[in-house]
Design a protein around this ligand. Structure first.
Ligand code: PLP
Length: 473
């Protein structure tokens, strides 16, 4: 063994402790660390011929990079939809890395990690109030891959309806996909699946100011298809304004017409935990497939998401993802092998952080996080409504606040405000465009966020507005 490597083996306890201590320095200061930094030196130092060992590598990392880590896991990082990591999720994630299991099969290889994944999926179905016997599920790297997995099975279903085995013979002919406001990642999944991102038939929303699908127009389009089967991509929370398609109405349509119903509920699915908001999802338990992210509102470290696909479609799923050209023999559940059900073959023990955090905090613990985030988003919304500088672009429907500067018809002014806000490093938000107007979006999904954070954010917004005032007023 290389001498340096051998020395590191002997020093393993110390090295891991040092890395953990470095991580804890970050976590214990998370409230004060900047939400954005400017990186100037991007020149690397290159590959060494002779290695320096773990301790000296950590020292180099600390010197060059650790001060540049933004507090994206902290309580005021409202950009995109960025979750943090609960204490138990971190415990599970660290152990998943250390155990380094290749999570593939629940039987045959003495590998319990797949059984833990099975258990985690069952807990999650319970968590979201979905019928446990009716769905299969698995973990993938993010909601993009979850959408890809679900739409991959949908593609196989649609092919079969047309007499084509797409998995074997490739895509041919015309595949109809209907949606009102699909997330960009579903469009990307359609590209990756060879279904073509421009083949979406766009259905109008119920109102130009909403992002929920117009059910009457959807039914009209379905009737115009005259029985042609299709895929419907519906939104269980759009990313901009967290609008929900009417799940119950779609469930009713599904009883009348032949289509695959996919629900992208990457973060909106968590509305199921709150009695005040669960009605937004009512009916989704009839969907063929559902996408939910774990690295957003479940507050598990990246890269973590899962899919649920109806059990009755398991043969379609195996046809799509099987890692073997041999015809499938027997019941795929006999020896449940994840590599035949999803895109990855070798896979990390991705279920463990979810398993830990679900066991540690339970449904009630998560209900509190979800309801607190919603309450604080509403509080920020009220501040905006009552402010002389800002106005909401859309009502606060759940956990996302979409706003702009009052009379902010000049998009440059909105951008200047956002830059001034983000540059101060106390809060991070992202730009958006809604209904033709440039705006700012804040999405609250972090388990740490408190009332105090919202007060800090309100102060920061006023400071940023004042900062640009000299230029713009
Ligand atoms: C975030 C998000 C995605 C994509 O998720 P990744 O985890 O970034 O792959 C898909 N759909 C919706 C609604 C989302 O909010």
């Amino acid at each position: 063994m290389d001498v340096t490597l051998n020395n590191d083996l002997k020093a393993l306890n110390n090295l891991l402790q040092e890395a953990l201590d470095e991580g804890l320095l970050y976590l214990n200061d998370i409230d004060n660390l900047p939400t954005s930094v400017s990186v100037k030196d991007t020149e690397g130092t290159g590959l060494p011929m002779v290695g320096q060992g773990g301790a000296s590598t950590l020292a180099e990392f600390k010197k060059r990079y650790s001060d540049l880590m933004v507090s994206s896991t902290g309580p005021r990082y409202f950009g995109f939809v960025t979750g943090g990591a609960t204490p138990a999720a971190l415990m599970g994630d660290i152990l998943a890395t250390i155990y380094d299991q290749n999570t593939q099969t629940t039987k045959g290889h003495g590998d319990v990690s797949a059984i833990v994944e099975f258990e985690a999926i069952h807990m999650l179905l319970d968590f979201f109030g979905l019928p446990k016997e009716e769905y299969l599920g698995g973990f993938v790297t993010g909601a993009t891959m979850s959408n890809f997995t679900c739409l991959g099975v949908a593609r196989q279903w649609l092919g079969k309806e047309k007499g084509i085995d797409v998995a074997k013979n490739g895509v041919s002919g015309d595949f109809k996909i209907l949606s009102a406001v699909p997330h960009s990642s579903s469009i990307k999944a359609l590209s990756m699946l060879g279904l073509g991102s421009s083949n979406i038939i766009k259905i109008d929303t119920v109102d130009p100011l909403r992002e929920a699908i117009d059910i009457d127009k959807l039914e009209k389009e379905i009737m115009a298809l005259e029985g042609t089967p299709f895929i419907l991509i519906s939104s269980g929370g759009t990313v901009n304004t967290v609008d929900f398609d009417d799940m119950q109405a779609i469930a009713n349509l599904r009883k009348k017409y032949n289509f695959w119903w996919h629900v992208d509920a990457a973060f909106g699915g968590f509305a199921a935990l709150s009695p005040g908001y669960a009605h937004l999802l009512k009916g989704w338990e009839d969907a063929d497939s559902i996408t939910i992210d774990a690295h957003k509102w479940l507050n598990v470290p990246y890269e973590n998401a899962f899919f649920f696909v109806r059990e009755e479609h398991k043969m379609l799923q195996v046809e799509t993802f099987q890692n073997s050209n041999a015809p499938y023999l027997g019941d795929p559940m006999e020896n449940f092998n994840y590599l035949n059900f999803l895109p990855e073959n070798s896979r990390r023990f991705r279920a463990l952080p979810a398993w830990f955090t679900l066991k540690a905090y339970g449904k009630q613990g998560y209900r509190e996080i979800v309801e607190r985030n919603i309450r604080l988003a509403r509080q920020l919304g009220d501040f905006i409504v009552n402010s002389e500088f800002f106005e909401l672009l859309a009502p606060v429907r759940l956990n996302t606040v979409c706003f702009t500067l009052k009379d902010g018809l000049d998009p440059h002014r909105t951008q200047a405000f956002l830059d001034a806000l983000n540059d101060r490093g106390k809060v991070f938000m992202t730009p958006t465009v809604y209904n033709g107007r440039k705006g700012v979006r804040a999405a609250l999904v972090n388990w740490r966020t408190s009332e105090m954070d919202i007060r800090i954010v309100e102060d920061e917004m006023l400071i940023a507005v004042n900062k640009i005032a000299t230029v713009w007023f």
